[in-house]
Design a protein. Structure first.
Length: 128
């Protein structure tokens, strides 16, 4: 259920405003802009374009490389929670595969989200 607004460009991030002010049209396509990160910084605009989200982590700045530190993971969770309610799905993908970092970071992010009272699904066993 989302679309780019043809005249005004993409909607700003956030939950304020009506569905139409967010660029979400009932019955329209449900295309989400992928939010992407590298080295703890956004690579893409953080526009909300759908009633669901997609966040992709590519490479963290923590040690050992290419891990993400807890500060970066907390910052991204804050950005997600400012834009989507808990009932709205947000899919998070870790692409920092080297040395098993994606598995460790996805478990860490899930733990941070759970401790922030967010619903978390499909995470590695042992994710706190």
């Amino acid at each position: 259920m989302s679309a780019w607004r043809s005249s005004a460009g993409p909607p700003p991030a956030g939950r304020s405003g009506s569905r139409s002010s967010l660029g979400i049209r009932p019955g329209g396509p449900r295309t989400a802009l992928c939010w992407a990160d590298r080295l703890g910084r956004p690579l893409t605009p953080r526009w909300r374009t759908a009633d669901w989200g997609y966040l992709r982590f590519h490479e963290g700045a923590a040690r050992p490389w290419p891990r993400y530190g807890t500060g970066a993971l907390h910052s991204w969770l804050d950005r997600v929670t400012q834009c989507w309610a808990d009932a709205e799905p947000v899919y998070v993908y870790f692409n920092n595969d080297q040395c098993g970092a994606a598995i460790a970071d996805s478990a860490a992010f899930a733990g941070i989200a759970r401790r922030s009272c967010r619903e978390v699904t499909r995470t590695p066993a042992g994710s706190g």
